[in-house]
Every structure is written in structure tokens, then in C-alpha cells.
Design a protein around this ligand. Structure first.
Ligand code: ADP
Ligand code: MG
Length: 461
């Protein structure tokens, strides 16, 4: 790596570190050392210190800082850092690197250019494929749309927008699309990017005046997979930058896929023009898997761990874990790990023991019943259950009743009809209406949202 490249990386590093740990550390310690050599084959950065004392001081306290930020700045994972004292420079660096010097310089220069500039790993997880994804009624539409993107020409579903609650398989599907796309065309340029990383990259591109490099990197993609786009909310400048990237790719008929925990319209702080782009293609949802799908997922995941799960254990876990697939998988892994660590055979008894030990949030949800919810709601808003059950249309009561319905639907597995009956409503569509209304209001009004969230915590306590 040329000296001027090294020194520019070093300046960028100091700027970031100054913000992170303060300028005193930078002035006192870090400015005493220099980046002396980059060894690209070993992914090693040699840092030269003026004396042993400084070397050890920095080495013990700041090695991680060096690793994290230099990896980021050089776009290279898992950098090694070697700190050198004055004597070591002569002994290690010179003899080893001198004969290579010219060749090395050329090679590392190319490396660094190609890693800072466009070439980026697709960042796909090879385990998340269509084959390992279990399809059921809760995700079949999302699955079909995702598959279609990798099979059909003409980009009929662009952009594809997949939304649904946490832990229901959105990230898995995004990776599956990327993996399938690449296996059909290994020359395709594919990128999986979580939105928070996109935002951070954008901020650092602005900070280091590298916006053109940033945009160039995205504009040459064939497939862009953006995970959790809701995190772009209220970040106006990032939205603006993203809007242009979106348009550039869209105009070139390049496929874009988004995931989000909410329907675009309900994502707060989203510019109208971006929102309409997000909704402009195909929008599909994923919801909680029904019992049968949960069992199929458990059995498939067990096979991946080389275990065969019997029906009774699978059914037991599927009944116990009601929240989402991530929890389901977590519970299974805990059970398998426990069996293997204690060298016991898998049995229903053992599964029970493990799940009862780990009181997960999902289990707490299950214990919540209508009474607990209405008790807390009434206490919170100072009403009586009879008020909720009454026909009163006083605005305040109507709202509190809707909140109760919302929480009953969200926190229990009961049907709309059962919820309606409990609150004396004959028409169960009232419950659905209440649920939507509260959800939309919570999106728009942070104050109401925090009240309802607080209430939910209270109920779980
Ligand atoms: P999300 O992004 O929606 O929060 P993830 O895609 O991270 O959820 O899924 C959480 C975990 O559950 C992952 O390990 C994923 O493989 C698994 N998972 C979710 N849905 C399915 C499915 N239908 N079949 C197989 N595994 C699934
Ligand atoms: Mg995810």
C-alpha cells in the first residue's frame, strides 16, 4: 500500500476515533504511532510505536479499536494488527519485506483500490436458501413472489416488498433470493444490505467525501436486497440518497427487494415519494405460522442438526412457543444442545425440562388471558370492565375499548369472535377494525404508542 494511501487511511482513522474516545487519547497516544506497513496476504497492519512503553499501552487498550475501524475503512474483514517497538522494525519488517517491496507495493495498491472501490462481497448467508425455507399458508405468497424473482425474466415484481413481524423469515427469504439469483448467474452483482448498515455507510461516505464511490457501488448492482427498510425512517438525507439509487436501478430494470416490519404506509417519517416507490411494486406479507407449519419447520431444522424429531416433541415445542420462528428455532436448539451436552436421548421429558427452565418471553405471552388484559387496561385508564362492555360511544371509552381489543388480539391466540364475545360485541369485524385503528394511530402518534406499549409491558409483568 502506498504511503499516501496509508496516511489517508490513518487520518480517517484518527477522525473517527477522536469522535469515539475523545481527542485526549488521540493526541496523547495515537498520534505517537504510525501505520508503517500493510501486508495484504496476511491481512495484517503493522503499527510502529516509538518505544516499548507506548507500544504496550496502545496494544492492551486499543487493539480492538484499531481492528474495528481499520477493517471498516479498508473494507477487509478480520484484520490483524501487529504493534512494533523500535527494535522490531529492523528485525521483522525490513528483512522480511524488503525483497518483496516492489511487487508488494503494486499488489497491495490494486487490492486496496478494488476493495475501497466497487467490488464488495454480496454478504449472503449460504444457509438461508429456498430449500431450507418451509412454506405454509402464513408465508406462501411471500415465498412464491421471492421465487418468481429468481426465475422469471422481465422483473414483473419490482420492487418486491416483504413485510411482517420479527422472526418470521423475512431476512431468510432475502438471502434465499440472493443465493438463488447468484446460482443462476454467477456474474451477477448482488448485494444484501441491512438498512442500518446502509445508513452508516452513507454517513461515513459524507464524512469522508466519498459519496460518488458510495453511489457508484450501488448503481452497478443487478440485485439489491435491503433488509429492515423501516430503519430509514426520519433520516431525510439518507432517504434522498436512497431515492436516487432506487431510481437508477429501477430505470435499468434491476431488481430491488425490501423487507420491513410494517407496511410502507405505516412506516413513520418516510418521504412520500419514497413511500410510493416502496408500494409501487408487489407488497406481500408474512405472518405467524400456524401449528402445522411450526411442526414442519421444527422437523426441518432438526434435520439440519442431524436429528430426527419425534411428533410428540415437535408438537410440544410448537404448542409452547407462540411468538415467532426465531424463538421456535431457539427453543429447539436449546433442547438439542442440552441432550447432546448431557448425553441423554431426546425425549418429551427432556424437552419439557429445558423449555420450562428457560422462561422465554414467548411463554409469558401465552399465560396472558383476557382478564389480565382487561384488568390492566381498566386500571390504566380508570374505567370498569362494564364500561368496556357497554354500548357507550363516548370517544374516550371507545378508544380504550379498541386498545383492549388490540391487545387481546396481539397478545393471545384467541379468535376475533372470542375477543368480540368477551367484550359483548356480536360482530367480530369490530375487533379487526379496532386492531387496525389502534395500529395506525400508534404509528402516527408516538405518545399514544408509548402508552399502549407501556400497558403491554404492564400486562406481561
Ligand atoms: P425476520 O427477518 O423476519 O426477523 P429471520 O429471517 O431472521 O426473521 O428468521 C428467523 C429465523 O427463523 C431464521 O433462522 C430463519 O431461518 C428461521 N425461519 C423463519 N421462517 C422460516 C421458515 N418458513 N422456514 C425455515 N426457517 C424459517
Ligand atoms: Mg430480519
Amino acid at each position: 500500500m502506498r504511503n499516501d494511501v496509508l496516511s489517508s487511511v490513518w487520518q480517517d482513522f484518527l477522525t473517527i476515533v477522536r469522535q469515539e474516545v475523545g481527542s485526549r487519547v488521540v493526541e496523547t497516544w495515537l498520534k505517537a504511532v504510525t501505520l508503517s506497513q500493510w501486508e495484504s496476504t496476511q491481512k495484517t497492519m503493522y503499527v510502529q510505536a516509538p518505544n516499548v512503553f507506548v507500544k504496550e499501552w496502545i496494544q492492551t487498550r486499543y487493539t480492538d479499536l484499531f481492528k474495528v475501524h481499520l477493517s471498516r475503512l479498508l473494507h477487509i474483514d478480520e484484520i490483524k494488527i501487529v504493534f512494533l517497538g523500535p527494535a522490531e522494525e529492523r528485525e521483522i519488517l525490513r528483512p522480511a519485506l524488503m525483497p518483496l517491496a516492489r511487487k508488494e507495493l503494486v499488489r497491495t495498491k490494486v487490492n486496496i483500490v478494488s476493495s475501497v472501490l466497487p467490488k464488495q462481497p454480496s454478504r449472503l448467508n449460504p444457509d438461508y436458501t429456498f430449500d431450507t425455507f418451509v412454506v405454509g399458508s402464513s408465508n406462501s405468497l411471500a415465498y412464491a413472489a421471492a421465487l418468481a424473482i429468481t426465475q422469471e425474466e422481465g422483473h414483473r415484481y419490482n420492487p418486491l416488498f416483504i413485510y411482517g413481524g420479527s422472526g418470521l423469515g423475512k431476512t431468510h427469504l432475502l438471502h434465499a433470493i440472493g443465493n438463488a439469483y447468484l446460482s443462476k448467474n454467477d456474474k451477477a452483482v448482488v448485494m444484501y444490505q441491512p438498512t442500518d448498515r446502509f445508513v452508516n455507510e452513507f454517513i461515513s461516505a459524507i464524512r469522508f467525501n466519498k459519496i460518488h464511490i458510495f453511489q457508484q457501488k450501488y448503481r452497478k448492482l443487478d440485485l439489491l436486497l435491503i433488509d429492515d427498510i423501516q430503519f430509514i425512517s426520519n433520516k431525510e438525507q439518507t432517504q434522498e440518497a436512497f431515492f436516487h439509487i432506487f431510481n437508477a436501478l429501477y430505470d435499468k430494470k434491476k431488481q430491488i427487494v425490501f423487507s420491513s416490519d410494517l407496511f410502507p404506509r405505516y412506516i413513520n417519517g418516510l418521504e412520500e415519494r419514497l413511500r410510493s416507490r416502496l408500494e409501487g411494486g408487489l407488497v406481500v406479507d408474512i405472518y405467524k405460522p400456524p401449528f402445522e407449519t411450526k411442526i414442519a419447520i421444527l422437523k426441518k431444522k432438526a434435520l439440519i442438526h442431524n436429528e430426527v424429531l419425534s411428533d410428540d416433541i415437535a408438537e410440544y415445542i410448537a404448542r409452547e412457543v407462540v411468538s415467532n420462528v426465531r424463538e421456535l428455532e431457539g427453543s429447539l436448539v436449546r433442547i438439542l444442545a442440552f441432550a447432546s451436552l448431557t448425553r441423554q436421548p431426546l425425549s418429551l421429558e427432556l424437552a419439557r425440562k429445558v423449555l420450562q427452565q428457560s422462561q422465554q418471553g414467548s411463554k409469558r405471552e401465552e399465560k396472558v388471558g383476557f382478564e389480565r388484559i382487561t384488568d390492566c387496561v381498566c386500571k390504566f385508564y380508570s374505567y370498569k370492565l362494564s364500561d368496556l362492555r357497554s354500548e357507550s360511544r363516548v370517544k374516550d371509552i371507545a378508544w380504550v375499548r379498541q386498545v383492549a381489543m388490540y391487545l387481546m388480539k396481539k397478545m393471545t391466540d384467541k379468535s376475533l369472535r372470542e375477543i368480540g364475545n368477551y367484550l359483548g360485541r356480536k360482530d367480530h369485524s369490530t375487533v379487526l377494525h379496532a386492531f387496525d385503528r389502534v395500529q395506525i394511530t400508534m404509528q402516527a402518534n408516538a405518545e399514544l404508542r408509548s402508552a399502549v406499549e407501556k400497558l403491554e409491558e404492564e400486562i406481561l409483568r
